[in-house]
Design a protein around this ligand. Structure first.
Ligand code: AVJ
Length: 318
């Protein structure tokens, strides 16, 4: 099967499962088709969406410190070949990086990101890895004379994970990056008003981003979601410290997929995303539970966003 056919089949199976469940729920990874990725880029530039610009400022302000943490000839892994802006800053700060290894499930995304960066950093060795970092992954052997293996996971994408998934992710890092480190960006717990606004922007870009998942299912899977009968819903679940995004059915209705009918009650939702919020101490504790050691961390004056350096010991004790 081609990669495209495999991805299509996975989406079909996941949507069938999503609609059969109660409560209905689908992975946020399906937001990111071409339209979804473009909408996400627009979200990052919204006045209400502070995480991207705050993290970029942290990377710039603390570039020297971060460069020192990385050391010479770092072998830099990035989970999700996401924002070129962020990796660009890190690569400029790094002292003669040995290699850049972007890891993404989408080969198309990886190729585009790698090509652009190769033009800007002609002497950098770039080795894209098509893999799903939410599952277990493998790395190629370290290069001779290379320095530390440094994994970069920006944007608070770790907030999409459940606490159990985040633990598994930290464990994978501990296992695959001995003697290395993880540079992690996390959105911090803050006033519910600020959080609510970030996921309910005035221009409705986040709503369009959420609803685009239904448009994508209609186009790629032949579903018949009526976009006028669903609404964007995003709210802060304070006790569980997370934004929850849902697609809310405005009336009782039936949707079809692959010859099967799925009913929605009025007010029933298809859950699309968790975006967990963190405290610095909470992340350090969770990392420690998986064998990582807290190093330096950096936050903005408003404590909206955090960047953490987490060291990985050489030998894992079992
Ligand atoms: C890319 C997962 C970090 O949770 O804030 C933005 C995605 N969803 N607006 C986030 C998102 C709605 C974003 N992450």
């Amino acid at each position: 099967m081609t990669q495209h056919a495999t991805e299509h089949l996975k989406f079909l199976q996941d949507m069938q499962t999503a609609l059969s469940q109660s409560p209905k729920s689908i992975s946020p990874k399906y937001f990111y088709d071409q339209t979804g990725s473009a909408l996400f880029d627009r979200i990052c530039a919204l006045p209400e969406y502070y995480p991207t610009r705050t993290e970029l400022a942290l990377l710039q302000t603390h570039a020297t410190d971060i460069g020192q943490c990385m050391g010479e000839h770092a072998d830099i892994i990035e989970f999700g070949a996401g924002s070129l802006q962020k990796i660009r800053l890190l690569l400029k700060t790094a002292q003669q990086p040995a290699r850049y290894l972007p890891m993404d499930i989408s080969g198309v995304h990886l190729e585009a990101a790698s090509l652009t960066l190769q033009q800007e950093f002609p002497h950098l060795r770039i080795q894209p890895l098509v893999a799903d970092y939410t599952q277990d992954w493998q790395l190629p052997a370290a290069l001779p004379h290379a320095g530390k293996r440094v994994a970069f996971f920006p944007g608070s994408t770790i907030g999409n994970f459940s606490p159990a998934q985040a633990h598994a992710f930290f464990q994978n890092c501990a296992h695959h990056l001995p003697g290395g480190a993880l540079l992690l960006g996390v959105d911090l717990v803050k006033s519910p008003d600020v959080l609510h606004a970030a996921y309910n922007d005035a221009q409705g870009v986040t709503a369009a981003f959420n609803l685009n998942l239904l448009t994508r299912a209609n186009r790629e899977l032949g579903c018949d979601f009526d976009l006028t009968r669903f609404a964007h819903s995003a709210f802060y679940n304070a006790p569980l410290q997370r934004i929850e995004m849902h697609l809310l059915s405005l009336q009782a209705q039936t949707v079809h997929l692959n010859g099967m009918a799925y009913s929605f009650a009025q007010g029933e939702t298809l859950h699309t995303e968790y975006s967990h919020k963190f405290t610095i101490a909470g992340v350090q504790q969770a990392a420690l539970a998986a064998g990582l050691q807290a190093g330096a961390y950096w936050t903005d004056p408003q404590h909206h966003f955090g960047l953490l350096w987490l060291n990985i010991p050489h030998t894992q004790e079992h």
